[in-house]
Design a protein around this ligand. Sequence first.
Ligand code: TXA
Ligand code: MG
Length: 311
Amino acid sequence: MKTTVTASITTASREILRGNLVAFPTETVYGLGANAFDKKAVAKIFKAKNRPVDNPMIVHVHKKGQIPQLGYVTAIAAKLIDNFFPGPLTIVLKKKQVVPKIVTASLATVCIRMPSLPITRKFLKQCGVPVAAPSANLSGKPSPTTWQHVLHDLNDRIPLILKGPPCKHGIESTVVDCTRNPPVLLRPGAVSLEEIKKVVGKVIVPKKVRKALSPGVKYRHYSPKARVVIVKKAGDAKGRKNAFIGMHHCNGVGFAVRVKNFAEYGKRLYWFFRKCDELKVKTIYCELPQLHGKGRALVDRLKKASRRSSY
Ligand code: TXA
Ligand code: MG
């Protein structure tokens, strides 16, 4: 199957309504979408990405009115929707029957997100139906933050890529389980824990998210080919065949990227991982961010990328 890259929202939404897959940009990372109500179309996502079928996906909507059709909106969910939708936040709700089991991997809950990037909203609006989509990478690889990353991973595996700008956040959405009170942070992301607490008060932050709560946590994620090592200081990174990313200057390695703040760190991390693969880097040293604000999601992704096995 030849993969076409288009800037046409009309072409992309037609493809979705024909039961096919379309990779599309969002402000976090690129997604690989299918009509959420079309089981056969959703099944194609698992095949294209090599995604384990027990890993559920996020349903993307273009307006708040679509949410009560898909899940039961709790009081906590309503507050989060008011404050953060559209944006890089995903909520978990008890699902309604219309959502096919294949989308939620047979869980009784559904993940819902309303992206804020204008091109994504126009695309979702033209689709009319909710769009189920995980990140548009091959399973286990870093999420794509440019359309070229999507093409690299999924060329000849999907029919269409809707071209957009490089992703603003570069790190996936924050996932909050709103079926519980207090709500539970299942995945730190572009919206910080501090911002969420300001709106809903107490939030449970599990040391380790259990597989039963969010199946995706058991898989190896966000990983480049090279070994990823987290370091406290730039000076700990050494070696001509190695690379470094962090807030400080590092002259001990062959390839170093210095970022100004956590926002830029997030935006560039997956791009950096993929660049390191291209350059055949052996070891990637990543400076440890603080567990605060945007740093929390970075710490989570770096820890996952540095794990060798799938658990
Ligand atoms: O920013 C993002 O969230 C991007 C863009 C494309 O929206 N999407 C994304 O999807 O990162 P994905 O599939 O790579 O990550 C979704 C995570 C997975 O870890 C999955 O296990 C979890 O959300 N998840 C999906 N449905 C769930 C549910 N009903 N309950 C708990 N966790 C769920
Ligand atoms: Mg993913």
